[in-house]
Design a protein around this ligand. Structure first.
Ligand SMILES: [Zn+2]
Ligand SMILES: [Zn+2]
Length: 169
C-alpha cells in the first residue's frame, strides 16, 4: 500500500477519514480516484503541511506513474472539495481536520518547527467578509494564515540559555 509504514499522528483512523472523504466527494459531485486517494492518504499520514514536491517524493516509491502535474491536479481537486487547505505562506498543503462542512480555516503556523494548528473561528471569518465588503472586494480566498512560534518551541527556547531576543540577533 502507498501509505505503508507511516503512522497517522494523534491516533486518527486514516481509513475512516478516507471513507469519510469519499462520502464528502460524492455529496459534492466529485470522485475520489485512486490518485486523489493516494494524495489525500499521504497528507493524512504526514499530518503536517507539505509542498507538492515533498508529496510527490513520498508517493513516488509506491506509484511510479505519479507526476508533479498529476499531484497538482489531485491537490487542486482536493482543495476544491474542501478536503485539503492550501497554505500560501509556505506553498504547502494540509489535510483539513473538519472536512464535513465547507469552511475557510484559520491557521497558526510555527515558523520554527512547521507545526500547524487549524482553527475555525466564525468571528474571524465574518470580520474578513465584512472587511471585504467595506472595501468593495469579492473575496475568493478566505484562509487566514498567522505565523509565529508554537508553545513547544517557546518552552524549548526558554529552557536553553542565551535564548533571549538580544542574544539571538
Ligand atoms: Zn479545514
Ligand atoms: Zn514550533
Amino acid at each position: 500500500m502507498w501509505f505503508k509504514g507511516i503512522e497517522v499522528p494523534d491516533g486518527r483512523d486514516r481509513e475512516g477519514l478516507i471513507e469519510e472523504a469519499e462520502t464528502i466527494c460524492r455529496a459534492r459531485g466529485g470522485r475520489l480516484t485512486q490518485q486523489r486517494r493516494a494524495v489525500l492518504g499521504m497528507l493524512l499520514a504526514v499530518g503536517r503541511p507539505v509542498t507538492a514536491y515533498e508529496l510527490l517524493d513520498l508517493i513516488r516509491p509506491d506509484d511510479a506513474a505519479m507526476t508533479s502535474a498529476s499531484t497538482y491536479r489531485s491537490l487542486e481537486f482536493l482543495v476544491g472539495m474542501g478536503l485539503v487547505h492550501r497554505l500560501d505562506s509556505t506553498r504547502s498543503f494540509v489535510a483539513c481536520e473538519r472536512p464535513e462542512h465547507v469552511h475557510a480555516g484559520q491557521f497558526l503556523i510555527c515558523r520554527q518547527c512547521g507545526t500547524v494548528v487549524e482553527a475555525e473561528d466564525k468571528r474571524i471569518a465574518q470580520a474578513a467578509e465584512d472587511l471585504g465588503e467595506r472595501h468593495g472586494f469579492m473575496l475568493d480566498r478566505r484562509t487566514v494564515e498567522l505565523t509565529g512560534v508554537c508553545g513547544v518551541c517557546r518552552s524549548d527556547d526558554a529552557g536553553s540559555e542565551n535564548a533571549g531576543p538580544a542574544a539571538r540577533s
